[in-house]
Structure formats: structure tokens, C-alpha cells
Write a protein that binds this ligand. Structure first.
Ligand code: PMP
Length: 374
């Protein structure tokens, strides 16, 4: 199988990830639950994983790194901390359902900072028009999961600091690809999956918490700390990590983050962009194809959407799957992004690359697409 669905989850993981997960099953119990070697091995892996992530995101304190089960879980924690029922929020026009559905559940008034695709300056202008100090939170994804559009989160963060509004960054599609310095950003929260560009396994996610924030809890239970109290601890990460940790997941995520840091974000991003550029060029020449890409990709990563005239995107996705190429077709859990880009009616076919894809795979896509369309 040729796998071009890394925006959903990365499928090819570095071999060290699998080895670390098997190692965890063999050697680790649960962190914070005892002083015996298996508990200590788990505590060390959890601490090392927090430390690596803190360094990657410019955080001083590894305890600000909270493990979650995915990005959705992390976003729910962030949103439900800052947005009261019926609150007011400004979000970008490229948010995922993991942002918009929790807001709908809260009955929040949502103002959308609309902007055309690949126009970062329009994103900033739009936020500047809508954000004032009556807003409970601003939410902005770093990269669109449908179009790979890089949104100007640093500029949006500057605006939020100026106007005293807490910011949540959804880094789901940027983690492991684009740098972000949480301390410079001054964001309240940055949420991400562990299982996409950080190459951890499914079932892992991370919430980075800004200093001085007291997050709400979605779950209450055992933490191995302050056991006599019936309230959750006030301190992080315990406050948000009730119950036994996903140690194979965290050990795998640690290996994934180490891979990313060793390889370097810049090298990974360069590779994924080269593949995007190549796919855009090769698909563009086929009859009836519309590719959503920028010629120089200055505001785009390794995610590329396209449509084909006369084809329903789901049918095209199925035809590609039958030829051994895995893509995602439809609305990609992000109807708002499709509305902003004008593709809501039919959706798109999405290609999303990882560090493990090759130019030969993109060439194969081109020849398979040529045959399908013929
Ligand atoms: N936000 C964005 C931008 C995403 O692309 C995704 C995953 N498609 C999510 C949030 C949710 O991530 P998870 O599946 O880890 O909950």
C-alpha cells in the first residue's frame, strides 16, 4: 500500500517506536505508583517524554506537558477550561470538528475569522476585526488538515497578548513539521496528537498548558498523589491525568519525538513540501483536475487537496484504494475549512505526506490517476 493519509495518522512509524512499545510492555508498570523498578521505569519514560516535548516547544517546565488520548481530548480540556457555557469565541475559518463540536456543545457564540485559502495576512486582519476583551478565547489551528494552509499563529498570538485574550492553538497538523515556541507565543494552551507528525502510536495526544493556568478536569480519579483528598490535585500534570497511563503509548511517543528531533523539523518539512510540490505539478496536467496548492508553497505544508471534474470525491478515493493508494476523500471532519475554501459542496480528495513517503510513490499516484481518469 502507498499511504498518503498521514494527516489522519502516520502509518509508517520509525522502527524505534515499535521497539519502545514492546519494551514498555515488558518492563513498565505505572508511573507514580511505587518505588519498584517497573514503576520507576514508567516514571522515567513519562518524564523523558514530557522533557523532550517541553524542549521542542520552548517550555521551561516538563510538568506543563500533559498526556491525553488524542488531540480531541486535549482540545476539549483547553476549550472547557476557557469557554463557559454560552461564552464568546473567535476561531479561524479552518478549524476542525474537534474545535467546533465542543463549542457547539457549550452553546458558545462563535465568530469566524474568515479568510481565503493561502492568505495568511487576511487571517490576521480578520482576527484583528473580531477580537476584543469581551471574548473568552481565540482558537486557531496552525495548519489546516484539509489544505495544509499554514496560519500565522505567531501574529494571532501577538494580537491576543495585546488584547488580553487567551489563545488555544490546535497544532495537530504542525507538530513534528513546523516549530512553535510556546513561551514566545504566550498561548494558554497548545493541543496536538501524538500519533501524526510526532510518529507516536494511536491513543496518544498532548496538551501543553501555559503557566499560571488552572485547567478544568474532564475526568476525576486516581493519580498516585494526594490520595487522602477527594478533589483532584491542583498541580500539573496530575490534575489532568486521572487513571493509569498509556505507557506503551507514551514510550512509543517518546521514541517518535526523539526521531523527529534528531531528523529535524526543517528536514521533515522540506521533504514533505517537495512531495507536495511534485504531486501538485503531476496532477495539474491531468484533464479536469483542480489542485489546491500554491506554486511556491510558502504557506503550505505536506497536505494537498484536489478534485476531478465529473467525479465524486468518494468514488475517486475508492478507485485509488482499489489501486493500492490510501487517501482520504470527503470533508475530513472539517466542514468549516471547506466552507472557507469554497469546497463544501463536494469535498476534496486529500493527499497528506509523512517523512516516509518517496517521489516514486508520487509518480505511481500520477500514473494510477491517469488510468482512473481515462
Ligand atoms: N485538529 C486537527 C486540525 C486535526 O487534523 C485533527 C485530526 N484529524 C484533530 C484536531 C483531532 O485529532 P485526534 O484525532 O488526535 O483527536
Amino acid at each position: 500500500m502507498i499511504y498518503f493519509d498521514s494527516a489522519a495518522t502516520t502509518f509508517q512509524k520509525p522502527p524505534a517506536v515499535e521497539a519502545a512499545m514492546v519494551g514498555a510492555l515488558r518492563t513498565m508498570s505505572s508511573p507514580g505508583r511505587g518505588g519498584y523498578p517497573a514503576a520507576m521505569a514508567a516514571a522515567d519514560a513519562a518524564f523523558d517524554c514530557r522533557s523532550e516535548l517541553a524542549e521542542l516547544y520552548g517550555l521551561n517546565n516538563p510538568e506543563q506537558v500533559v498526556f491525553t488520548m488524542n488531540a480531541t481530548h486535549a482540545l476539549n480540556l483547553a476549550i472547557k477550561t476557557l469557554v463557559p457555557p454560552g461564552g464568546r469565541v473567535v476561531i479561524s475559518g479552518y478549524e476542525h470538528n474537534a474545535v467546533t463540536r465542543p463549542l457547539a456543545a457549550l452553546g458558545a457564540t462563535v465568530m469566524v475569522a474568515d479568510a481565503p485559502l493561502f492568505r495568511p495576512e487576511a487571517v490576521v486582519e480578520s482576527f484583528a476585526r473580531l477580537v476584543d476583551n469581551n471574548v473568552d478565547a481565540v482558537i486557531c489551528s496552525h495548519v489546516s488538515n484539509v489544505f495544509g494552509f499554514i496560519q500565522p499563529v505567531e501574529a494571532v498570538a501577538g494580537l491576543c497578548r495585546e488584547r488580553g485574550v487567551p489563545l488555544i492553538v490546535d497544532d495537530a497538523q504542525a507538530a513534528g513539521v513546523l516549530p512553535l515556541n510556546m513561551a514566545d507565543l504566550g498561548a494558554a494552551f497548545v493541543a496536538m496528537p501524538g500519533h501524526k507528525g510526532l510518529y507516536g502510536p494511536q491513543g496518544t495526544g498532548v496538551l501543553l498548558c501555559g503557566e499560571g493556568i488552572r485547567p478544568c478536569t474532564l475526568l476525576e480519579g486516581g493519580t498516585g498523589s494526594l490520595s487522602i483528598r477527594q478533589e483532584m490535585p491542583d498541580f500539573l500534570p496530575d490534575r489532568l491525568e486521572a487513571g493509569t497511563h498509556n505507557m506503551p503509548g507514551i514510550a512509543g511517543l517518546l521514541a517518535g519525538v526523539r526521531y523527529v528531533r534528531k531528523r529535524g523539523l526543517e528536514a521533515i518539512c522540506r521533504r514533505e513540501r517537495q512531495l507536495t510540490q511534485m504531486a501538485a505539478a503531476e496532477l495539474q496536467v491531468l484533464p479536469g483536475i483542480t489542485v489546491y496548492a500554491q506554486p511556491d508553497l510558502h504557506a503550505q505544508t505536506g497536505v494537498l487537496s484536489f478534485t476531478a471534474k465529473g467525479w465524486e470525491v468518494e468514488a475517486l478515493g475508492r478507485a485509488l484504494a482499489e489501486s493500492g493508494i490510501a487517501v482520504r476523500a470527503g470533508l475530513h471532519c472539517a466542514p468549516l475549512a471547506h466552507r472557507s475554501a469554497g469546497t463544501l459542496e463536494g469535498g476534496t480528495v486529500r493527499l497528506s505526506f509523512s517523512d516516509f513517503n518517496t517521489p516514486e510513490e508520487v509518480s505511481r499516484l500520477r500514473s494510477v490517476m491517469g488510468k482512473i481518469l481515462a
